[in-house]
Write a protein that binds this ligand. Structure first.
Ligand SMILES: Cc1cc2nc3c(=O)[nH]c(=O)nc-3n(C[C@H](O)[C@H](O)[C@H](O)COP(=O)(O)OP(=O)(O)OC[C@H]3O[C@@H](n4cnc5c(N)ncnc54)[C@H](O)[C@@H]3O)c2cc1C
Length: 507
């Protein structure tokens, strides 16, 4: 969504979109279920949306960024409507707004219950394919930034299979990363397998500053039916009143938080994690709240459950937490600019300070839109471009090696919902050995670099906050600080990780 929306906003300025897989059908965007947050309902306000965002972010949101995102949200939804997004409407024609956890008002625009991501990306892809200034090169896998005299001047990408693979340098006046998150670096994730931190790794290898890398959000209710990636039971189900129960049917959330099932994500996820760690099971019981309407209102979740023989209208859904969203990413400012001249980052691969230590549900698609528009404006005013020319080639798709299982398992085990020093050091050792075995293969190097930065940042933060919980540092410091690390800082942390304590000086 970040890439397509930015290209559309750049139009009529020319944009070349390098996409390893089919735009509109790959990445997390097409899988998003809940929708997009924007204060558009009667009685709602951007100030209320901003306050909810700040509360979820556990002290490290950037208030300026939160204000501009929540203020600009309704205008970006209007943009999507103009581009053909088929948001659900009430009988009177107004937008139908849903409520999600930790939002104090109904403010989520959605499509057919849980099909927001699929339908909006489809609409954007259709529009982008029909826009003459946008040239989409499908099958090209970006591997490395070209940097000359300290400025990003292009990107190296690979296409083709076997002996036919080719490496091409695309020179550009502006490179905009929209490469998504890091979920598939974890063994248990809700993200599609192409979200493996490659943009973050590429940017870090070129010297970019990475922000808040330790803050990973785990979705509380992935459907636990043994699939990789794990299908998601959207937050909207709890918004509609579904409850979390153990194997005896007893609710466990009311004893943990005043908002019970609607508490912030990290609290719900850790509660479920601890239930499971104590030998219990966790289920999402939608029978009373949704019941017979399930198939119509939440068709995607319904299909996932039925594929495992579970009818959510009459049976509780088995759930477990899974890596879901990266609050951290390539540090970028209010225009999407990174610390490297010539490189912008938009969407989940960026870290703008909107989400702080914990993302509020449905704010991430919104972030792709707000910063897609802002980066496009900035790039347009910073550069002069010539029109894209020629017919796009139709190469065979280059399939990058998947992240090794041993690394994904180490991330889930030791860089997950509960972390401690010994586990994080053990994960770093695993990542280092995977990196050595990879012998410099660039796609793998991008993944190990991303995994290393997330783990090193988690090791260096000696407190618990938002999505980052250290069982050896359970307290939250009085002063909240974002973290900013380069790859060079990370290597220092890795080098000292054999010592007894890691210095938090880099944070
Ligand atoms: C199951 C699920 C449900 C969600 N529900 C919601 C929701 O309801 N509301 C919400 O706000 N957020 C939701 N999220 C989060 C949200 O979907 C993501 O944060 C958002 O889609 C990220 O968009 P993006 O455009 O930045 O990245 P993506 O949509 O992940 O796209 C990244 C693209 O980059 C491509 N790419 C990656 N690396 C390379 C490379 N090296 N070379 C070339 N191309 C590359 C990928 O193939 C992909 O096409 C959900 C996430 C998941 C997984």
């Amino acid at each position: 969504m970040a890439g397509l929306f930015t290209a559309l906003k750049l139009s009529p300025f020319p944009a070349l979109v390098l996409a390893s897989a089919r735009p509109g059908a790959s990445g997390s965007s097409a899988w998003a279920q809940g929708g997009i947050a924007a204060a558009m309902g009667a009685g709602d306000s951007w100030q209320s949306h901003a306050a909810d965002t700040m509360a979820a972010g556990a002290g490290t949101c950037d208030p300026h960024i939160v204000e501009l995102v929540t203020r600009e949200a309704p205008a970006r939804i209007e943009d999507l409507l103009a581009l053909g997004a088929p948001f659900d409407r009430n009988a009177d024609g107004t937008l139908a707004l849903g409520r999600e956890a930790a939002h104090s008002a109904k403010r989520i625009v959605h499509v057919k219950g849980d099909r927001a991501g699929a339908e909006v990306t489809r609409a954007l892809a259709e529009r982008a394919l029909a826009t003459p200034s946008i040239r989409i090169l499908e099958g090209f896998h970006a591997l490395e930034l070209a940097v000359e005299n300290g400025r990003v001047t292009g990107v190296f990408a690979r296409y083709g299979t076997g002996h036919g693979t080719r490496l091409v340098l695309f020179r550009a006046k502006a490179v905009i990363f929209a490469t998504g998150g890091i979920g598939a670096l974890y063994a248990v994730t809700t993200n599609p397998l192409e979200t493996r931190g490659e943009g973050l790794g590429m940017a870090a290898r070129a010297g970019a500053v990475i922000a808040d890398a330790e803050f990973v959000q785990f979705h509380p209710t992935a459907i636990a039916i043994g699939r990789d990636p794990a299908p998601l039971a959207t937050e909207a189900l709890r918004g509609e009143g579904a409850i979390l129960v153990d194997e005896t049917g007893s609710r466990f959330m009311p004893a943990i938080h005043a908002d019970a099932e609607l508490a912030p994500r990290d609290i719900v996820a850790r509660a479920i994690h601890r239930e499971i760690a104590r030998g219990h099971k966790a289920f999402l019981d939608c029978r009373e709240a949704i019941g017979a309407e399930f198939a119509d209102r939440f068709p995607t979740v319904y299909a996932a459950c039925m594929s495992a023989g579970i009818d959510p209208a009459t049976q509780p859904i088995p759930v477990a937490p899974a890596a879901h969203y990266h609050m951290g990413g390539v540090a970028s400012d209010e225009h999407g600019r990174t610390s490297l001249e010539g490189l912008w980052a938009v969407g989940e691969c960026a870290s703008t300070g909107l989400h702080g230590a914990n993302r509020l549900a449905s704010n991430s698609l919104l972030e792709t839109l707000v910063f897609g528009a802002r980066a496009a404006d900035d790039v347009r005013s910073a550069t002069t471009m010539q029109a894209a020319q020629g017919t796009p080639p139709a190469p065979e798709r280059f399939n990058a090696p998947p992240p090794p299982k041993v690394m994904r398992e180490a991330m889930s085990l030791n860089v997950g919902l509960e972390r401690d020093e010994a586990g994080l050091k053990s994960a770093l050792a695993t990542i280092e050995s995977v990196e050595r075995a990879g012998a410099g293969e660039p796609a793998l190097l991008n993944m190990t670099t991303a995994a290393k930065i997330v783990t090193a940042a988690a090791l260096a933060r000696h407190e618990s906050r938002g999505g980052h919980f250290r069982s050896d540092y359970p307290q939250t410091d009085a002063v909240a600080k974002r973290s900013f690390l380069t790859l060079a800082d990370t290597e220092k942390i890795v080098a000292t990780s054999a010592a007894s304590k890691v210095d938090a000086a880099c944070l």
